[in-house]
Design a protein around this ligand. Structure first.
Ligand code: XUL
Ligand code: CO
Length: 436
């Protein structure tokens, strides 16, 4: 029996449609900048929020019950849930999904039992992928929920936990490879600290570097060629997460010799928790050749935590797409909705509304960003603003022809620098509004 009997495949009906179960902007075959919308976005549904989210928060119990759940932690229930998930993704028209090992299958009494449970559910994931053509964007291991990871996983003070984490990632990587996953994600979970009095930060960072190098070695052993992605986040659950933002992650990757195998998975609500904008994080990662994929969501201006809401703000999606197009697209990455329904949104139909809204917002952001780029006004402004670097002194500095002595001689002779011109931020904000 279908879980969503009243929903057929969501179609594109255009901006004038008032049908809440239709796309108004996401037209998967429409070509933008020479590529279909489907290939630009590579939209992905997350298993954890969408199929395991129950509305609980730090203050309250679950609010969401799903008719297809039998209330047990059995393998059969987990396998049935996979079929529901693929019915949802097929009707939505999302080409990808992502999961943690422990979202899809129940944890067993022993590690061996957990591996066996995972295999039994992966059998069904594989069948459903083959039936629908939906692909795995990335897999990952949950190394933060179980109490054994209370002090971290690869950065735990307890060496046995490091070994457990290695065994868990080894298995999750094998499963990701088996399902044709295009990436493998490392979000830091509890890799960080609560109190420096009890923490040897240098030792913990060294362990994390060693752990990720072991992951690279093992990927070669099993011929897993997907991209490894680190997902920056500055806090939650720990007070200070080691992978705090794009800059910190890239420094870490360089320090531990991991740059050629890793890129970043940038998440909107993590960027804002770090005191940055999503566009900043995307541009920083892109400028270092590290833009891998995005976890699309948004925080709430008035709430200080990681609320993981679906993105509906067209300015936000426009800025994301400006940065993504600037850096040549997401490659093997995608726009992965690491987003959840709010606990008051209890109807299964809310899952459709949430994803349709997110996909439409990104499609619209893509079209606006492409129109801005086609107009060229932003680029012309930038070219002019940095014009002093194109000829004469600026070009000579960039070419390495100057040092402090020569620059000092130049300025002593000239007496005063050329005048600055206006940065024109208001003009540019108005310019962007012409397209939104
Ligand atoms: C946590 C978060 C994770 C990662 C995968 O804030 O974003 O769900 O995306 O572990
Ligand atoms: Co995420």
């Amino acid at each position: 029996m279908p879980a969503f009997p009243d929903v057929s495949k969501i179609k594109y009906e255009g901006p004038d449609s008032t049908n809440p179960l239709a796309f108004r902007w996401y037209n998967e075959d429409e070509i933008v900048e020479g590529k279909s919308m489907k290939d630009h976005m590579r939209f992905s549904v997350v298993y954890w929020h969408t199929f395991r989210g129950d509305g609980s928060d730090p203050f309250g119990m679950p609010t969401i019950e799903r008719a297809w759940e039998d209330g047990t932690d059995s393998i059969e229930n987990a396998q049935n849930r996979v079929r529901v998930a693929f019915e949802f993704m097929e009707k939505l028209g999302a080409p990808f999904y992502a999961f943690h090992d422990r979202d899809v299958a129940p944890e067993g009494a022993t590690l061996a039992q957990s591996h066996a449970n995972l295999d039994a559910v992966v059998d069904v994931l594989e069948q459903e992928q083959q039936r629908t053509g939906i692909k795995l964007l990335w897999g990952t291991a949950n190394m933060f929920s179980n109490p054994r990871f209370m002090h971290g996983a690869a950065t735990s003070c307890n060496a046995d936990i490091f070994a457990y984490a290695a065994a868990q990632v080894k298995k999750a990587m094998e499963v990701t490879k088996r399902l044709g996953g295009e990436n493998y994600v490392f979000w830091g979970g509890r890799e960080g600290y609560m109190n420096l009095y009890n923490t040897d930060m240098k030792r913990e960072m060294d362990h994390l570097g060693q752990f990720l190098n072991m992951a690279v070695d093992y990927s070669k052993t099993i011929d897993f060629e997907g991209t490894f992605l680190i997902e920056p986040k500055p806090k939650e659950p720990t007070k200070h997460q080691y992978d705090s933002d794009a800059a910190a992650c890239i420094n870490f990757l360089r320090a531990y010799g991991l740059m050629d195998r890793f890129k970043l998975n940038i998440e909107t609500n993590h960027a804002t928790l770090a005191g940055h904008s999503m566009m900043h994080e995307l541009d920083y990662a892109g400028s270092q050749g590290c833009l891998g994929s995005i976890d699309a969501n948004t925080g709430d201006l008035l709430l200080g935590w990681d609320t993981d809401q679906f993105p509906t703000d067209i300015y936000l999606t426009t800025r994301c797409m400006l940065a993504i197009l600037k850096h040549g697209g997401l490659g093997a990455g995608g726009v992965n909705f690491d987003a959840k329904l709010r606990r008051e949104s209890t109807d299964p139909m809310d899952l459709f509304h949430a994803h349709i809204g997110g996909m439409d917002s990104f499609a619209r952001g893509l079209k606006i960003a492409a129109a801005i780029r086609a107009d060229g006004g932003l680029q012309n402004f930038l070219d002019e603003r940095y014009g002093s670097w194109n000829t004469g002194l600026g070009a000579d500095i960039e070419a390495g022809k100057h040092n402090f002595e020569s620059l000092s001689a130049y300025m002593l002779e000239k007496g005063e620098a050329d005048a600055n011109s206006s940065g024109r931020q208001e003009y540019l904000e108005n310019y962007i509004n012409r397209f939104v």
